[in-house]
Design a protein. Structure first.
Length: 573
C-alpha cells in the first residue's frame, strides 16, 4: 500500500459523489414533470485490504480486532421512489390521476406495450384517447348496449359530437292509487244527432248505406254534403267535465262515401274502444228503428274520464250552406270512478310517441277490485288511435296488485322508418288499490319511469373512480363508453424508465397484473386531475450539499496524496 492507493481511493469518492449529483440533477430537472418518480443513489464500500484478521481472547490477552484498510466506495444502485405524488385538480376531462398503486397501459408508436403514471391524455382527431406523445391509452370497450366488455385490451374511443343513440320503450312503470271506494263504471256517454233522411227532407230515414251526397235532415232542402266536401272534427273533448281536446281529424266526402263510412271515421276520431269485454255497447252507429232511426248514435266507453262532449261547432264542413251539419244532444252521461294519464314513449328511432291511458273501476267482489284500462295513441299510424283490446288490473283485499291482463300495448309505426309494431309493457306493480284518503282527488296515476329515450348526441364525459368513462348525451342519457385498464407490479421499482414518462417491464419488475381501478390492489382513478412529481426539493438540495462536500473531500484526498508524493521526490534528491 501507499500514497498511490490513497489516490485511487479518493477517485472512487469522486465517482460516487458524481453519480449522486447526476441523480439529484435529474430529480431537480423533473420537479415539474407529471407523475415523475424521483430516485436516489445508493453506495457501498469496495473490498478492503486485510492487514490482520485479529485474534481471540486468551489467558494473557483480551483479543485483537482485525485490521483492514478500505479501498473506497462504489455505486450500489439507483433506487426509484414509487410513492404517489400529490394530486392536482385541472378540470380537463381527459386528465386522469391514479391515487394508489397501478400504471396506465399504453401502446407506443413501435407497437410495444408501455406503462405510465402520466395521465395528461388527449383526444386525437379520430376521438381516440392518447398520451401527450401520441401513444394509445388501453382499456376495455363496450357492446351495442353500452355494457363494458372485459377481456382483450383495445384503444379507447370517446366519440364526442358524433355518437348518437336512441332506444325504443319496452317497459313503462306507473305509481299511484286507484280509489277502491269509488263507484263502478257501468255506462258511457250517449249522444244523438238529429235524424238523417235519405234523398230529401221528407224522405225515409237514412241508414248506414245511405250515400253522404244524399243525406238530408228535416230542415234541409238540398243535401247536407256534396262530393269533395271536407268534414273536420275540431274541438271535440274527452274526459270528466270536457277535460281534454281530441286532435283534429278530417273526412273527405267522395261520390261513394256512405253515412256508415262517416260513422266509422267518427268512431276512430273519438277513440272509442269497442272491445266485447267493456260495459255497454260502445261505438258510433246509425240508428235503425224507433226514435233512433236515421240518427248518428255515439256511445262512449264507461267511466267519467271517457266522457264525450261534441258541441255544435265541433264538427264543421266546407259546404257554405251547412258549415255545422250535425247537432248532437246528450242522452246519457258517463259514470264511474276513473283516472287518466298521458305518458311519452319512444320508438326505435327516438321519435316521441304519446300514449293516453284511462283506468276505470270495473268490478268489486269479496276478493278485491278490478280496474279496466283503455289505451290510445294518436301517434299510432293505423286508422284508429285505439290500442287493441282493453286490459284489467286486479287488486286483493289489501289493495295489492295480484294480476294484470293484456298489459302489452302494440303501437303501429308503419312508414315512419321505425320498427313496427312498437311494443310497450305496462308495469302497474307500483300502483295500489286502496280507498282514497281525500275525496277531492280520489284516484291518481303517473308514469314513474320508462326505459326508452329520444335520439341524443354525446356532448361530454367524465371518468369514474374505477376508470369507467361515462358519457352524457344531449337527451340527458348517461352511458358507459369504456373503462381504463390499470397494471400493477409486484416490484414497481424494477421497471425500466423510458422516454415520454413511459416504463417498460424489467427483469426484476415481475409481470403485470391487468385490472381496473379499485380492484386487486389497484388505486383509484381521479378524472380531471393529474399526479404531480414526488420530488422533494428540500431533500434534493440537502443531498446536493452533501454530495458536493463529499466530492470536494475526495478531491482533497487526491491532492494531499499528490503533495506527499512530491515530498518523497524531494527527499530522494
Amino acid at each position: 500500500m501507499g500514497l498511490t492507493t490513497a489516490m485511487f481511493t479518493g477517485l472512487t469518492g469522486l465517482n460516487s459523489n458524481q453519480y449522486m449529483i447526476d441523480v439529484i440533477g435529474n430529480n431537480v430537472a423533473n420537479v415539474n414533470t407529471t407523475a415523475f418518480k424521483g430516485s436516489r443513489a445508493n453506495f457501498e464500500n469496495q473490498f478492503s485490504i486485510m492487514l490482520s484478521s485479529g485474534s481471540g481472547p486468551g489467558a494473557t490477552s483480551g483479543g485483537v480486532n482485525p485490521s483492514q484498510v478500505g479501498m473506497g466506495s462504489l455505486l450500489a444502485g439507483v433506487q426509484k421512489n414509487c410513492v404517489s405524488g400529490s394530486i392536482e385538480s385541472t378540470g380537463y376531462p381527459t386528465d386522469m390521476a391514479i391515487e394508489g398503486a397501478g400504471f396506465f397501459i399504453v401502446k407506443t408508436g413501435d407497437g410495444d406495450t408501455g406503462y405510465t403514471r402520466d395521465g395528461s391524455f388527449k383526444l386525437s382527431s379520430d376521438n381516440v384517447l392518447t398520451t401527450s406523445s401520441g401513444a394509445f391509452v388501453r382499456g376495455y370497450g363496450v357492446d351495442d348496449d353500452y355494457n363494458i366488455v372485459r377481456g382483450q385490451l383495445q384503444n379507447l374511443e370517446i366519440p364526442l359530437g358524433t355518437e348518437s343513440t336512441a332506444r325504443a320503450t319496452s317497459n313503462a312503470q306507473f305509481d299511484g292509487n286507484l280509489n277502491a271506494a269509488g263507484s263502478i263504471a257501468t255506462q258511457g256517454t250517449i249522444l244523438h244527432s238529429q235524424a238523417m233522411l235519405n234523398g230529401s227532407s221528407t224522405g225515409p230515414s237514412a241508414t248506414a248505406d245511405t250515400l253522404m251526397v244524399n243525406v238530408h235532415d228535416a230542415e234541409s232542402v238540398i243535401p247536407l254534403f256534396i262530393e269533395g266536401d271536407v268534414i273536420t272534427v275540431k274541438g271535440a273533448r274527452k274526459g270528466d267535465s270536457g277535460g281534454r281536446q281530441l286532435p283534429e281529424a278530417s273526412f273527405t266526402v267522395a261520390a261513394d262515401s256512405t253515412l256508415g263510412d262517416f260513422a266509422a271515421f267518427l268512431n276512430d276520431t273519438l277513440g272509442i274502444n269497442d272491445d266485447e269485454a267493456v260495459p255497454g255497447n260502445p261505438g258510433v252507429r246509425i240508428g235503425e228503428e224507433g226514435d233512433e232511426a236515421g240518427k248518428i248514435i255515439v256511445e262512449g266507453n264507461a267511466g267519467l274520464e271517457n266522457a264525450l262532449t261534441i258541441r255544435l261547432a265541433d264538427i264543421q264542413v266546407t259546404n257554405p250552406n251547412f258549415n255545422a251539419p250535425f247537432n248532437f244532444s246528450e242522452q246519457q252521461a258517463a259514470n264511474g270512478e276513473s283516472v287518466f294519464t298521458t305518458f311519452i314513449a319512444y320508438d326505435s328511432l327516438g321519435n316521441a310517441v304519446s300514449v293516453d291511458l284511462c283506468l276505470t273501476l270495473d268490478e268489486k267482489t269479496n276478493l278485491g277490485t278490478t280496474w279496466r284500462f283503455y289505451a290510445e295513441s294518436h301517434d299510432d299510424t293505423d286508422s284508429t288511435p285505439v290500442l287493441g283490446p282493453t286490459g284489467t288490473v286486479t287488486f286483493d283485499n289489501n289493495g295489492m296488485m295480484t294480476n294484470v291482463t293484456n298489459d302489452t300495448l302494440r303501437i303501429d309505426r308503419k312508414e315512419t322508418g321505425a320498427l313496427t309494431p312498437m311494443q310497450v309493457t305496462l308495469d302497474f306493480s307500483g300502483v295500489n288499490g286502496l280507498a282514497a284518503p281525500y275525496a277531492a282527488e280520489p284516484s291518481s296515476l303517473v308514469m314513474r319511469t320508462q326505459d326508452g329515450y329520444a335520439a341524443g348526441t354525446l356532448t361530454k364525459f367524465a371518468v369514474a373512480a374505477d376508470g369507467t368513462i361515462v358519457g352524457t348525451f344531449s337527451n340527458g342519457l348517461t352511458r358507459s363508453l369504456g373503462q381504463i385498464a390499470l397494471a400493477t407490479f409486484s416490484n414497481p421499482e424494477g421497471l425500466i424508465a423510458d422516454v415520454n414518462n413511459v416504463y417498460r417491464i424489467g427483469p426484476n419488475s415481475g409481470q403485470p397484473m391487468i385490472t381496473t381501478g379499485q380492484t386487486l390492489g389497484a388505486g383509484t382513478i381521479q378524472g380531471g386531475a393529474l399526479e404531480l412529481s414526488n420530488v422533494d426539493l428540500t431533500r434534493e438540495f440537502i443531498g446536493l450539499i452533501t454530495a458536493t462536500t463529499g466530492f470536494s473531500a475526495a478531491g482533497r484526498v487526491i491532492s494531499t496524496s499528490n503533495e506527499l508524493l512530491n515530498e518523497l521526490l524531494l527527499i530522494a534528491r
